[in-house]
Design a protein around this ligand. Structure first.
Ligand code: ADP
Length: 491
């Protein structure tokens, strides 16, 4: 490695100098054509100036993997002496990764293959030896930064690749400048909200007040909101990054969960919802897509409820329209009054009952296809059954709980506190202990973590110090309630 390269490496990720990430700082910056931004504490971030870089266990590698910590990591033996090279073709003007490893290099989850090349685009994610052992995000310094993102957001965060798309907009991976701390940034374009003149002002106020409520929430089963920037065109919400995907996809992948797994995940959902209800917050849009899981490869994972504030930005009529055709999780009282009356937090208990039903058997309790009765009528009348074909192996206590949660009369429906006291949950002390342990691990280090996180230290999960709702200008947004909610027909 030459001196120029050496000076570009920052050994301690947490100490990354802002200069590494700041475009304008020194003369050398003009020569930087790319950056390897570490997403694993053991790997140094690096500015790319030369036309060729290599990474590996071999001494001659530009990124030489020889730190004590990296040698102690479980993946170390799987790294090759030259695992990959990054080469800038100055004639054809593109950058590619050449895989020289025995165990593989992955670009955006795709294995490159020994001696093969893969073009590196801005925000490409590089993983070593396993798809989940992600170590770098490649940043093309010539890529044009999204100018729609306000300068005060860009000042604090490097906004990287898109990691998801939702009803209201996109979700992007982001880093706090100068650190390896990763978050998810949800960008909600206000154009998705219908213009309703005077209501626009109250809508803006609602966003502000919601954001301050969300900031105050701190529970292991609720997604943390670290930062919110409210601008006339969009709301930027910086969230805790969760990498295990949605409960929905996990149910689909598993077909269904056994009762033990269902109970383990369901107890966490109930505890999270109880935390919200104790603070007079009703989620109103509980569904398996809004339940995220922290670990990708195991069901022994922490559950994180998300989107709990956003449903409050829209009124029930809109919510109902949104669900037209797919009101699978909507409580009967919301449907029967066409969303025009007020509801209690029991609507969440109904939705959780539907989620539990789906977890246990892998199909929803109501479905247009299985009966001639319209879906809305099925829900309003509570026309669901437990056919033996699918339910014979499931305990009577589980069915009893579902009946008491999916009770069409909200007055008779259990409260979330009652749900947690129901024998199916309350009498299973082993499950309670497992849930307590995953929610409050003795130390973060002993907690089960995803492969890509197993080297990170606890600071990566620490809250961002600055949490504020930022309005870039004092004027109210010229927008109002949504009708843009994605219609997701997953079941
Ligand atoms: P919706 O509002 O339709 O439920 P979201 O906007 O919340 O969708 O999320 C869209 C996708 O973005 C999700 O499916 C998920 O893959 C990803 N995502 C959302 N929040 C996070 C997060 N905190 N961490 C990681 N990925 C996330």
């Amino acid at each position: 490695m030459n001196d120029a390269q050496k000076t570009q490496i920052t050994q301690e990720c947490s100490d990354i100098d802002n200069n590494l990430l700041d475009e304008e700082n020194n003369d050398e910056d003009s020569n930087i054509w790319g950056r390897l931004l570490s997403i694993n504490k053991l790997f140094p971030s690096m500015n790319l100036i030369e036309n060729e870089y290599s990474l590996g266990r071999g001494k001659k590698s530009s990124i030489f993997l020889d730190s004590k910590e990296i040698k102690a990591s479980k993946y170390y033996p799987t790294y090759s002496s030259t695992h990959f090279k990054i080469i800038r073709d100055t004639i054809k003007k593109f950058v590619y990764l050449q895989d020289l490893s025995s165990n593989g290099t992955y670009v955006n989850g795709e294995k490159v293959g020994k001696n093969k090349r893969h073009v590196l685009d801005n925000n490409a994610e590089i993983a070593l030896a396993s798809k989940t052992n992600r170590v770098y995000v490649y940043i093309d310094t010539n890529a044009i930064e999204d100018s729609t993102i306000p300068p005060n957001v860009r000042e604090k965060y490097i906004i990287s690749k898109e990691i998801g798309r939702g009803a209201y907009g996109e979700v992007k991976l982001c880093f706090i400048r100068g650190t390896c701390n990763r978050f998810a940034m949800k960008i909600i374009a206000k154009k998705h909200f219908t213009l309703l003149g005077a209501q626009a002002h109250s809508f803006n106020q609602q966003i502000q007040s919601e954001c301050s409520i969300l900031h105050g929430l701190d529970h292991p089963c609720i997604i943390r909101v670290y930062d919110v920037y409210d601008t006339p065109n969009a709301v930027y919400i910086v969230l805790e990054l969760v990498e295990g995907g949605e409960l929905f996809d996990r149910v689909v992948a598993n077909g269904q969960f056994d009762e033990i797994t269902s109970k383990f995940l369901f107890r966490q959902m109930c505890i999270g919802v109880q935390y919200l209800h104790d603070r007079s917050i009703t989620h109103r849009d509980l569904k398996p897509e809004n339940v995220l899981l922290t670990l990708p490869d195991t069901n022994e994972t922490l559950v994180k409820i998300t989107d709990f504030g956003l449903s409050r930005f829209i009124n029930e009529t809109t919510l109902m329209k949104t669900f037209c055709g797919t009101p699978n999780y909507l409580a009967p009282e919301v449907l029967s009054t066409r969303g025009e009356s007020s509801y209690t937090n029991k609507v969440d208990v109904w939705s959780l009952g539907v989620i539990l039903y789906i977890c246990l058997v892998g199909y929803p309790p109501f479905s247009e296809s299985t009966s001639g009765t319209p879906l809305n009528d099925q829900i309003v009348q509570g026309l669901y059954t437990f056919p033996d074909e699918f339910w014979s192996d499931i305990s009577e206590t589980a069915k009893d709980l579902i009946r008491k949660m999916m009770c069409t009369d909200p007055a008779k429906r259990l409260t979330i506190a009652d749900v947690l006291k129901h024998p199916w949950l309350a009498d299973d002390h082993e499950n309670t202990a497992r849930v307590n342990e995953i929610m409050y691990p003795p130390t973060m280090k002993t907690a089960k973590r995803s492969a890509c996180d197993d080297n990170e230290d606890d600071n990566d999960n620490n809250p961002v110090t600055e949490t504020k709702t930022t309005s870039t200008d004092g004027t109210p947004p010229d927008t109002n309630h949504t009708n843009g909610k994605r219609k997701r027909v997953k079941h």
